[in-house]
Design a protein around this ligand. Structure first.
Ligand code: CA2
Length: 153
């Protein structure tokens, strides 16, 4: 019997405002609605899911460190603006060595130049961007498939 996988979904700054402003870029769904869908998908996939959000870089670092201590198996992360700036989040993810998928609601490559670069992406299993809230469900399916494949190796 294989161990049940534990996945953390981590959201960065301003994503708590989803569904209230800028529906053109980020859609009409709230973060709570997105998280509810992820919890039900996790149930279907047979994995344990934790969802967290913070507007503070240091707090996100602490959540990642805690995930390492708690033996979380995988992280789905939308680092939001910290995608483009944060060496600290990169270092935390590399230090814990937890496999992760980077997620974006919008297609960062067809937006302003400064959003084209991610400080995390070369360390990620992969990235999903541009599908709105579905980016998260695709990322969750993807990371679970990868981790289950590795468990079976
Ligand atoms: O497309 C994404 O998911 C982003 O990670 C969202 C970030 C942005 O800085 C990245 O370049 C791409 C911004 C999140 C801000 O979320 C808001 C939600 C509602 C209203 C205002 C901002």
């Amino acid at each position: 019997m294989m161990k049940q996988l534990h996945i953390l979904v981590l959201n960065g700054p301003n994503l708590n405002l989803l569904g209230t402003r800028e529906p053109g870029h980020y859609g009409a769904e709230t973060l709570a609605e997105i998280n509810q869908k992820l919890v039900s998908l996790a149930d279907t996939l047979g994995v344990e899911l934790t969802t967290l959000q913070s507007n503070h870089e240091g707090e996100l670092v602490e959540y990642i460190q805690k995930a390492g201590q708690d033996s979380v198996d995988g992280i789905v992360i939308n680092p939001a603006a910290y995608t483009h700036t944060s060496v600290a989040l990169r270092d935390a993810l590399l230090a814990t060595r937890i496999p992760f998928v980077e997620v974006h609601l919008s297609n960062i490559h067809k937006r302003e130049e400064f959003r084209h670069h991610s400080l995390l992406v070369d360390a990620a299993i992969g990235t999903v961007a541009g599908f709105g809230p579905s980016s998260y469900t695709m990322a969750l399916r993807g990371i679970v498939e990868q981790l289950q494949y590795k468990q079976g190796e």
